[in-house]
Design a protein. Sequence first.
Length: 502
Amino acid sequence: MMTHDSIEHLVIPKGGKHKTHSHARKGAALGGTPVSAVIWAVLDFTSVIVAGLIAFRVRLGPQPEPLAGGVILRHLEQTAPITSFTYLVVFAVYLVLFVRLYGLYKTNFTRSSLNEQRLTLQATLTAALMLCGTLYVMHSFEIPRAVLGLTVVLTLTMTMARRFVWRVLQERRFLSGQETRNVMIVGDGRIGQALRNHLESLPNMGFRFTGFISLDTDEESTNPLVMADINNCVTIARSLFVDEIYFSVPTERQKVISVVEQARVLGIEVRVVPDMYDGLAWNAPVEYIGQFPTISLHSREFPASAFLLKRVIDVAVSFVALMLLMPILAIIAILIKLDSPGSIFYSSERIGRKGRIFDCYKLRTMKQDADKMRDELVHLNERSGVLFKVKNDPRITRFGAWLRKYSLDELPQFFNVLIGDMSLVGPRPPLESEVEQYDVAHLRRLDVLPGMTGLWQVEARQDPSFDSYISLDTAYVENWNLLMDARILLRTVGVVLSGTGS
């Protein structure tokens, strides 16, 4: 069992299993943000408008006379265009309202696909009934009821299809090991083992069992899967990138409250099995993890939709960039070979999101065996703390210095972005040797995918302070949004053109 004084460093290798090192590591998701709910609400609203316009087009048929306003809007002119469009907007508002009331805008990793589709159907039909009631009360008979029915059917089809596609894409990411949620279970008895087996039987839901937490603080557990005791479980959970802690056995009320308070600060969710919660969360709804009932004592909203949009942007931009940069990369490759012997590309193992190890690619800018020469230059290090940087590094080749000045050596990292190891924007990926020297508080920068550029690169690239490096990366993690990414990318262009790299 792991103790507070000797936390083992767990790094996830490329295969997805754990690899043991020294020191601690933490992983909590980004703080809640309304952007994902806004995206879904806009999509639902747009679906109603599109469905309504299609319904008018289909129901009223083609029009021979070309009138102002376009093909679809001409059909609204047969009825009452302003009134018709107004009631489409009313229906859209009703739909957004009821979808929100049914909790479909909240990221719920425990809800089944069938349950989600049922709630979508229920919300859409309820919104349609509200629209019918509104039309009756307002004595509005301009809109054909066939158009109204077709609008509802098309809206329902689009919303359910969109959520089904989203679910399939999300499950594929879970099965590939991306965006999974690490779980620790308090108690390794019958219920704890049953919960563990149940979670492991549902890989498509994105849960990954990390270890058990023992209630016995006096003796070492003989179970190798017991990673901590109840007194230090939150610290250990933080070091293992745990997202959720489950109480599967009766526990002293004060200990549960203490765990919840510590977990809330670190963004870790806490759940209990209903049979033993003993009034800790009156009126709290029971949420099913597959077929296993749990009650949430503390939870947080995860902006999954915003992360998906960020991923779509990463893939699109990196693919286009690689296509456009192929001729430039070919020329650079020739110049690298002419400048010094060795390979064109250089790869090193870096630590990504939640401690996952991946190969980070660059164009070679140093002499062969440069990594072996590092120990001889440690005394010349200009950076404080963990970081390593030497002015006029003798390992750098002549052409390599020019590549570094304009950050051209990092162009192959578009491939890392394309395959999902990195993002366009995020904290720079650290070396494993650097992460082993991190304090627990520094691990927050590993909550997100590492990036080709980030807040530190555009704010304090020449600042040798490790504290500045960590504080800016932490600020990015805690305040992330898509607009911030756009601003960092725009500022990166200026930083690269100014030639401040080294």
